[in-house]
Design a protein around this ligand. Sequence first.
Ligand code: ADP
Length: 539
Amino acid sequence: MQIMATRILSSLHHVSSSASAAKRCLGLYCLWHRSISGFGASAAVDVDPSIPPVQIDHSQLLINGQFVDAASGKTFPTYDPRTGDIIANVAEGDREDVNRAVHAARKAFDEGPWPKMTAYERSRVMLRFADLLEKHNDEVAAIETWDNGKTYEQAANVEIPMVVRVFRYYAGWADKIHGLTVPGDGPHHIQTLHEPIGVAGQIVPWNFPLLIYSWKVAPALSCGNTVVLKTAEQTPLSALYVSKLFLEAGLPPGVLNIISGFGPSAGAALCSHMDVDKLAFTGSTSTGKIVLGLSAQSNLKPVTLELGGKSPFIVCKDADVDAAVETAHSAIFFNQGQCCCAGSRTFVHESIYDEFVEKAKARALKRVVGDPFKNGVEQGPQIDSVQFEKILNYIRSGVESGATLESGGQRIGSKGYYIQPTVFSNVQDNMSIAKDEIFGPVQSILKFKDLEEVIRRANATSYGLAAGVFTKNLESANTLMHALRVGTVWINCYDVLDATIPFGGYKMSGQGRVKGMHSLSSYLQVKAVVTAMKNPAWL
Ligand code: ADP
């Protein structure tokens, strides 16, 4: 395997560390509310694939504190979505490697220092890691952009700082997790101990590789668990890089193990492993069902699932139309439309529908699509050819089913996976583009008459991840907030995803919560301790 010092080539237009640090903000909200005026039309993609943005240090598996080849010796390529070219060949973990990683995590939990360390020491390791990550912000962001296609500005100014914040947030929790004393009915002293579960198996997707890594790894480690994490096969690089920083921060060997590999082999082996005590998964609803089934067929390990969505974005008649257009645009097009909580059904009141559609179309036509490493680019390529084809098929189906194509609809260029920002109006609830999770830059705008109708239609889906509401009317906001069957409601904003806020789905969008204090309970078990007392008078 190729091991080289990581460096960023100076030819890139990187935001300098100090400048970007000053500009960084902790919510996607802030990014979206920067001025976006002055961008030109997205006519062509000007990719410069001749620039390799960073050199890759780590392409092996991380097991027991060592970077190692897969037991089989096999590797698989990870690709640059800008061009479809190979970035690196990465060790392909499989059942045998999952066994080795789980064994290391088991030992680190049962015998090793991690759960036995004081909570304060655990928090200090996590804080040191956060400091190191902050120091290496720009090269980590470059790896994320190269492997995923998201814009460098988004990765460097928003996502990596959010990852740092998540680790600091959960580091702060480590020494604040404690049990209760409980009043009983008899002569007993009763207390609860909140203990780590053991070895956590975690599976992450490709759309926010490091952000979702942080949502999983940070609470697990804070509570004293050990971890085996499988990255998505499309984006294996950033987790390997930052986990090396974790070792530098003093994380003992075996506490965090990283397996690159494919879902049906390495992922399934992790889910069905008898020595894994808990699973946390983020991905599609169909794979979530498989994960839950594998747990049931093995050792009934508890499972947290964060799955798909088809989130409504409701614009009421009294909304500030310009603000609603801009936020609805961001809600669907952010991250190339590759968000589980994308606002993918834009419901607009009939009284402002035509104005909204015109403005949404104009905004989409102004969206800058291009090489994600270039300053000012708002949208990079889709992740891979599979997603790219799937999205174009949905666009075709929208046209065939009678929706009005207002803008976009085509690929851009002949290389890489770029798609024009696409807007459909006159979308009906029964069309595939209104029902299925497209996971791409496709906005569907639907018309509604009154609140009762839009509540019924917004809830008429098996998903329930998130919703957006735009209104100046308190009564409408309160009604919608209660009536929508979703895990998050954003009112006059969207995608505010601070570390402190619980996130997760109703219905088939998942079970359990990530982020915030609510995530901690899924990495702890509660032990009741009942002690008989001879002298109940002191109770
Ligand atoms: P997508 O279709 O968008 O790639 P998936 O839900 O299939 O989403 O993938 C999310 C994560 O789940 C990835 O890390 C992938 O490797 C993993 N995965 C896919 N299939 C399985 C499976 N059968 N068992 C366990 N993990 C899987």
